[in-house]
Ligand binder design. Structure first.
Ligand code: TRP
Ligand code: ZN
Length: 484
C-alpha cells in the first residue's frame, strides 16, 4: 500500500534557497518615485519588517515563518496567464481580491522569480520591491482595517520551479516538452502567480490560460464557456468557485486526450491523459468515478462540483491532489493511489490545515482511505494492514517520528502517512465503527471548505465518543516511541 515515491526527505535546502534567491531585477522602483528601502523596524529574514500597520511577511506558521503573509485575507484570484511551451515564457496578470484584517500601509505577496512590471492597488499605481520571493507592496493610499481591496500584479518571465534535494523532486510550475506540469505542495504556487502562499488562506479562483493552438490548458473546477481561438492561440477559462488553498491550484498544459461525463452517482467527471498514456484514459476515468461515489457514501457528500484526474508525461514520481483534478506525474495510477488522491478532496482540499505541522490530517486520512478502499474491494482489511505496520520493530524510524507534529525539514515523512493512518485505525478500534464513521462525516461537514487543527479533531472525537482519548492520541501522534 505504501506509495514510497511520495515520501520526502529534508525540505530545508529549498527554503534557504527561496529565502536567499536574489531578486531578478524586478526591484522596480516606481513611477512615482521612492521605492523606500525598509522602513525602520526589526528585520525578518526574507521579508520587510513588520509591525504597526505593516503586514507581516509570513502568515504566522511557526515552522514556515515566511510562507504566506499577514494583514489580509484573499477572497478571489483572477489569474490570466499566457504560456508558450517552446520558449517557456510566461506572461501573467493576477488580480487579487482581498480584505484587510488590519490597517495596512504596506503588505506582501509571495512570488518566486519573474520580472514584475506593475502593481496597482484599487486602481492606483503602487510602489513595490522584491526581496527573495517576497513582493512588498506600498499602496498609494493606506488600506483601512476590514476594507476590501484589489491588487493587480503584472509579471513575466521563465518559471523557476523548486528543486528539492529530497526525493520529492521538483515542484511548482514545471515546464515540460509540450507544456507544463503544475503541482505546488507545499509552497510552489508562488512559482506561477503572486499569492498568499499558505494553506491557511483559501480563496476562489478564475484561471484563464492562453496557449498556442492545439495545446490544451487544464485547471481546477469547471470550464467557463468554450475555449476561444484567435491568431493561432487558444484561451481556456477555468473556474473553481469553492475555496481552494494555493498549493492545489494548477495550470497544467500540454497535449491531452479527454473524457468527460458523469459518475454513476451523478457527479460531473473530467479525465485527461497525455497521449503517451492514452491506454489509461478509460481506467482513470472509471476508477476515479467509482472511488468518488464510494467516498461520497463514507466521508459525506462530495464537496466540489466535479471530480476526475490528469496523467501528464512528466516523471515526477508522485501524485498531487489538485482540487477536482488530481495530477499523476508520469505513471498510470493504481486504484490505491486514485483512492488516496480522491480522499484528499475531503481531507486536505475541502477540510484544510491551518499549519503544516498538522499535515497528518491530510496524509494520515488519505493513507487510511487506501486501507478502506482495500477493505471495500475485499483485497485486504484495514485491521490486517494496521497489524502489518504495527509488527515493525521498535527501532523502525516510524516510531521515532511523531506524526502529529510534521517536521518542516521532513514534512512528508513516512510516519505522517502510515503512522497517521494507524492513528485513525487505533481510534476506530477504541470508539467502534459506528462512532468512528459518524465522526468522519461530522468532521467533513462541520469543517467543509474550512481550516482545522489536530486539537479540533481530538475534541470532536471525544465529544462524539464520550471518551477521554487524549492518551490514545498522545501515544500515536506525539510520542517518539512505539505505542504500547
Ligand atoms: N500530497 C501528495 C500526496 O500525498 C504528495 C506530495 C507532497 C506532493 N509534496 C508534494 C506532490 C509536492 C507534488 C508536489 O499524494
Ligand atoms: Zn497524500
Amino acid at each position: 500500500m505504501g506509495f514510497e515515491r511520495r515520501l520526502a526527505a529534508p525540505l530545508l535546502a529549498l527554503f534557504s534557497m527561496l529565502a536567499c534567491a536574489p531578486s531578478d531585477g524586478a526591484m522596480a522602483p516606481t513611477p512615482s518615485g521612492s521605492a523606500s528601502e525598509s522602513p525602520s523596524g526589526g528585520s525578518t529574514s526574507g521579508g520587510p519588517p513588520s509591525g504597526g500597520d505593516i503586514g507581516a511577511p509570513g502568515i504566522g506558521d511557526p515552522d514556515f515563518p515566511t510562507d504566506g503573509n499577514g494583514g489580509y485575507d484573499v477572497t478571489h484570484y483572477d489569474l490570466r496567464i499566457g504560456y508558450t511551451p517552446s520558449s517557456k515564457q510566461l506572461d501573467g496578470v493576477a488580480t487579487i481580491e482581498a480584505k484587510a484584517t488590519q490597517q495596512l500601509s504596506r503588505f506582501n505577496l509571495d512570488l518566486a522569480g519573474y520580472k514584475v512590471s506593475d502593481v496597482v492597488v484599487d486602481d492606483e499605481k503602487a510602489v513595490f520591491s522584491r526581496t527573495g520571493s517576497e513582493l512588498s507592496v506600498l499602496p498609494a493610499t493606506p488600506l483601512a482595517k476590514d476594507a476590501g481591496f484589489t491588487v493587480k500584479v503584472s509579471y513575466a518571465g521563465i518559471p523557476t520551479p523548486v528543486k528539492d534535494s529530497s526525493n520529492l523532486g521538483t515542484y511548482g510550475f514545471i515546464p515540460t516538452a509540450d507544456g507544463a506540469f503544475v503541482a505546488c505542495e507545499p509552497n510552489g504556487a508562488k512559482t506561477w502567480f503572486p499569492a498568499n502562499d499558505h494553506p491557511a488562506d483559501k480563496a476562489a479562483f478564475d484561471v484563464t490560460i492562453t496557449v498556442p493552438e492545439g495545446v490544451t490548458a487544464l485547471s481546477n473546477g469547471e470550464q467557463v464557456g468554450e475555449p476561444a481561438t484567435a491568431g493561432g492561440k487558444t484561451t481556456y477559462h477555468w473556474r473553481e468557485k469553492h475555496p481552494m488553498v494555493t498549493y492545489l491550484a494548477t495550470a497544467t498544459i500540454g497535449r491531452f486526450e479527454v473524457r468527460k461525463g458523469r459518475t454513476s452517482g451523478g457527479i460531473a467527471s473530467f479525465a485527461a491523459v497525455d497521449p503517451k498514456f492514452r491506454g489509461s484514459l478509460d481506467s482513470l476515468y472509471t476508477v476515479s468515478g467509482e472511488v468518488t461515489d464510494y467516498w461520497s457514501k463514507i466521508f459525506g457528500p462530495y464537496p466540489f462540483s466535479s471530480t476526475g484526474g490528469v496523467i501528464d508525461d512528466f516523471s515526477a514520481g508522485y501524485a498531487l491532489e489538485n482540487q477536482t483534478k488530481p495530477l499523476y506525474g508520469g505513471f498510470n495510477p493504481d486504484e490505491s493511489i486514485i483512492a488516496h488522491e480522491l480522499a484528499h478532496q475531503w481531507f486536505g482540499d475541502s477540510v484544510s490545515i491551518k499549519q503544516w505541522r498538522d499535515l497528518w490530517l491530510n496524509e494520515g486520512f488519505a493513507t487510511y482511505a487506501e486501507w478502506l478502499w482495500a477493505e471495500h474491494k475485499g483485497t485486504n482489511t484495514a485491521d490486517k494492514l494496521f497489524e502489518t505496520y504495527r509488527a515493525r520493530a521498535a527501532t523502525d524510524p516510524i516510531w521515532k517520528y511523531p506524526p502529529g507534529r510534521a517536521q518542516p525539514r521532513d514534512l512528508f515523512n513516512e510516519s505522517v502517512y502510515t503512522r497517521g493512518g494507524m492513528t485513525l485505525h487505533a481510534l476506530r478500534k477504541a470508539i467502534g465503527d459506528d462512532t468512528f464513521f459518524q465522526l468522519i462525516k461530522t468532521w467533513t461537514s462541520d469543517h467543509k471548505y474550512g481550516s482545522v487543527t489536530t486539537d479540533e479533531f481530538v475534541a470532536l472525537a471525544e465529544k462524539l465518543s464520550g471518551k477521554d482519548l487524549k492518551p490514545l492520541f498522545d501515544a500515536w501522534l506525539f510520542q517518539p516511541v512505539k505505542p504500547a
